[in-house]
Design a protein around this ligand. Structure first.
Ligand code: UDP
Ligand code: MG
Length: 317
């Protein structure tokens, strides 16, 4: 069996005072069993990232830190949103740990999946995605919007794992590579597959939030979805180019049609030239905007300065 390695559980917290005590109890139990069975090193920790909470969250994290040897925490200067909080935690963890798992504070992600994740990590996977096996406990609205979102992303050409949110295990080299991504608008579940490296999935049942309410109201969810698409895909621009092209083709058909109408004599004077110019100009304008957009899209992708590759393995003597 491998030498036990250090695991950091990264947990972003925004106004989570109601759940932290229970979460800590259950998560530490899990960590202790893993440590006792020799699967992970005794230096493993649960790392709370306080994302500018407005309630007692940070005070509670301080108390837990005092009372519990497995707990540590970092405090962000203000609320920066879930993705940034997770990244802050992961970037901190990569200095201390061999691998890290990110999960929500509300225990919606089943912590019993951690065992299997750790096993798959030791089996040679750098990333293990936690995937929801069903959404029985989600409301109809959440289920349809969420699954629709994954399908839309696929259609837009973004490589994401279906029904996987931010419950995942990452090895240190994945975290190091993630640190090379300079973009400001984070969409972690799209970035990790981009990094590559061997990966596997673990299925789990998603539970209900056991206390408190969702910190992701519809408005934040939509903003997040839009961020995901616009940060990873320039398909919407391509769509404009195609639309312009199609309308231009229609204008040619209209030209033919109006000439025929003119020859047959069904037209009011001036109609033919007007109708053709309306279609032709509309089409050409859209086409032109699309082409300009295409260049802006390129500039946009360049400014991200994303690393172009990650070396998976080096063979040398
Ligand atoms: N969260 C955060 N900053 C925010 C919003 C949420 O750190 O601005 C954390 C929150 O504390 C939780 C996780 O992100 O640990 C997921 O949030 P939530 O459970 O409310 O989302 P849902 O499960 O409803 O999608
Ligand atoms: Mg939740």
């Amino acid at each position: 069996m491998n030498k036990p390695e250090i695991l950091y559980l990264v947990v972003p917290c925004y106004n989570e005072e109601e759940v932290l005590d229970e979460t800590t109890k259950r998560v530490c139990e899990k960590l202790n069993t893993l440590i006792a069975s020799g699967k992970i090193d005794g230096k493993s920790r649960v790392l709370y990232v306080n994302d500018g909470s407005k309630d007692q969250t940070w005070m509670i994290i301080n108390r837990l830190f005092q009372d519990n040897p497995l707990v540590c925490g970092i405090n962000l200067s203000r609320n920066r949103g879930h993705q940034n909080a997770v990244l802050a935690g992961l970037m901190y963890a990569k200095e201390k740990a061999d691998f890290a798992i990110s999960m929500d504070a509300d225990l919606q992600d089943d912590i019993n999946a951690i065992d299997e994740m750790v096993d798959k990590y030791y089996a040679g996977n750098d990333v293990v995605y936690g995937v929801r096996s069903s959404r029985k406990k989600d409301t109809f609205f959440k289920k349809t919007t969420a699954e629709g979102f994954y399908k839309l992303m696929k259609w837009m050409g973004v490589d994401i794992v279906f029904n996987h949110a931010d419950y995942r295990l990452m090895s240190r080299r994945v975290l190091e590579q993630l640190g090379e991504y300079k973009e400001v608008h984070l969409f972690l579940r799209g970035m990790i597959p981009l990094i590559g490296y061997p990966s596997d999935v673990v299925y789990y049942e998603r539970n209900e939030r056991f206390a408190g309410e969702s910190k992701y109201p519809l408005k934040k969810m939509l903003a997040f979805a839009f961020d995901g698409i616009s940060s990873f895909s320039i398909k919407p621009i391509r769509f404009i180019v195609w639309l312009g092209f199609i309308i231009f083709i229609i204008s040619l058909i209209m030209l033919l049609y109006s000439v025929v109408q003119y020859l047959v004599g069904y037209t009011v004077p001036g109609w033919s030239s007007l109708i053709v110019s309306v279609w032709a100009l509309g089409g050409l304008q859209l086409l032109a905007i699309g082409i300009i957009g295409e260049y802006i899209g390129k500039v946009y992708m360049e400014t991200k300065g994303r690393p172009k590759y990650a070396i998976e393995k080096i063979l040398e003597k």
